[in-house]
Design a protein around this ligand. Structure first.
Ligand code: NAD
Length: 478
């Protein structure tokens, strides 16, 4: 597959490529260009030119193009879902869900784009301004780098590209190097729908090279990146040199807290559903399970029963629930993290074995509070570390003792306890009686601490990707 620069589908200027592999059977699916610095420079220069015209196109016309894009996605949705499954190892049911999310996200961003009203600061609010009127409106920032992770490439394409272009920016999309194909295809459909050359471009390649060129480019005005915290921190550093706007949605190690009075069946159901969806590769999945000692052994028994029943296999099979991780390299990393947790005192109850990119769904009990996994080690795979606690204070302190602050959840029938945890947890979203993988396109989703900067969603992304302009009408009120 080619990348999109200007009005053309192109190879890299130095003709280098990256292979895209199916992690389930190791077959090579395709190659994509490995964009060089020259390619990135060229994309940015097209974007700069095109955006000058695009920002003048009325919002209702931009929305009409988005509606055409949705018709094309409708036509190709099964092909898109299968491509997503093949390049990611994501099971086909989840891939179809992700493609279907396009029909929720884009109309919502379109509606919001049509209602981005400005404000009026009336005269007479402040001494000396009796006759001055100030209007505010939002203007596009210019060129936006949309940097997408591997785990939910289409959801994150929606979250970034829709608000970027609907608000008048030019988007340069950098998909993850392991699974760029579905995102490239979606970008091509945007072009086919009529979004102009230079407004939707894709540069494919490794983050450490292509991604870095893009983030360091002086004419990129904003970076919207979803990825790991270490990458987010390095991107924030390079963005600082030219003071780019940054919206960073990063890693997490969300605590899942089950209090003494919780509905245990609900907690087990939510824990297993959330931790093993997408083979555990979810930023806001619960990743540390803290269970009140009175429910601890029942929680473990019920969880092991449910996890043992998960069906693994070929991700293209409708029945498969857990398939491979994104790559063998990623699975080896998770296997090491499991072994480290066992060395640090955890007791493996289930799973732990790896074959290629497939890792058995794993449950590790009795994890000591000192173990890395209960603090700063994000595990991006199908692994549940479980630990008992005795007091609410102990659970809250452990949950907060992490560099991450993406989300958290608490299970209780007591409103006062729920309110206490929603106040105390240091993170961007607390879910009561549900797991923190709860996410809607509407909500402002974002992390505290090293889990991110800014929030993403219909509620807030337009604020991140536009600038406020004040227009002062001096002396007009008499
Ligand atoms: P990653 O950080 O390795 O890569 C993310 C993207 O950044 C990829 O496109 C990659 O090529 C690019 N990249 C890497 N280095 C770069 C650099 N130096 N400059 C510019 N771009 C660079 O992350 P991943 O492995 O694709 O995704 C998993 C991580 O993403 C996990 O930590 C997960 O928690 C996080 N994540 C967060 C959210 C959220 O909304 N907070 C959502 C999904 C995933």
């Amino acid at each position: 597959m080619k990348m999109i620069i200007g009005d053309k589908f192109v190879s890299a200027s130095d003709h280098t490529t990256l292979s895209v592999t199916n992690p389930y059977d190791n077959s090579i699916l395709d190659t994509v260009p490995h964009a060089s610095k020259d390619d990135v420079d060229s994309a940015v220069s097209y974007a700069l030119q095109a955006q000058k015209k695009w920002k003048k196109v009325p919002v209702y016309q931009r929305v009409e193009l988005a509606m055409k894009f949705l018709e094309l996605v409708q036509k190709y949705k099964e092909e898109l879902a299968e491509t997503l499954t093949r390049e990611s190892g994501k099971n086909i049911t989840e891939a179809r869900n992700e493609i279907n999310n396009i029909f929720t996200a884009w109309p919502a961003f379109c509606e919001k784009a049509k209602h981005l009203y400005g404000t009026v600061i009336p005269n007479g609010m402040e001494r000396g301004h009796d006759s001055n009127l100030v209007l505010t409106k939002r203007e596009p920032v210019g060129v936006v780098a949309c940097i997408i992770p591997f785990n939910f490439p289409c959801n994150l394409f929606n979250q970034k590209v829709a608000p970027a272009i609907l608000s008048g920016n030019a988007a340069i999309i950098k998909p993850a190097s392991d699974n760029p194909l579905t995102v490239c295809r979606l970008a091509a459909l945007l072009r086919e729908a009529g979004f102009p050359a230079g407004i939707v471009q894709v540069v494919t390649g490794r983050g450490s090279t292509t991604g870095t060129y893009l983030c360091e480019h002086k004419d990129v005005h904003a970076i919207s990146l979803t990825g790991s915290s270490s990458v987010g921190i390095s991107v924030a550093r390079s963005a600082a040199d030219t003071l780019k706007k940054t919206a960073l949605e990063l890693g997490g190690n969300d605590a899942f807290i089950v209090l003494e009075d919780a509905d245990l069946d609900l907690a087990v159901q939510e824990a297993v559903q959330a931790r093993f969806y997408n083979a555990g590769q979810i930023c806001c999945a619960p990743k540390r399970f803290l269970i009140h000692r009175s429910l601890y052994s029942r929680f473990l028994d019920e969880t092991v029963k449910r996890v043992s029943a998960l069906k693994s296999g070929n991700p293209l099979d409708d029945q498969t629930q857990v398939s491979t991780l994104i790559s063998e390299k990623a699975a080896i990393e998770v296997e090491k993290q499991i072994n480290l947790t066992i060395e640090q005192g955890g007791r493996l109850l289930l799973g732990g074995k790896r074959t290629g990119a497939f890792l058995e769904p794993s449950v590790i009990a009795d994890v000591p509070a000192s173990a890395d996994i209960l603090h700063n080690m994000e595990v991006f795979g199908p692994v549940m570390p479980v630990a008992p606690f005795d007091t609410e204070d102990e659970a809250a302190a452990l949950a907060n003792d992490s560099v991450y602050g993406l989300g958290g959840s608490v299970f209780t029938r007591n409103l006062t306890s729920a309110a206490r945890f929603t106040d105390e947890l240091e993170c961007g979203c607390v879910v009561v009686n549900g797991s923190s993988y709860f996410r809607s396109f509407e909500m402002p989703f974002g992390g505290w601490k090293q889990s991110g900067l800014g929030t993403e969603g219909v509620y807030s992304t337009f604020d991140e990707l536009t600038n406020i302009k004040c227009i002062a009408l001096k002396g007009i009120v008499r």
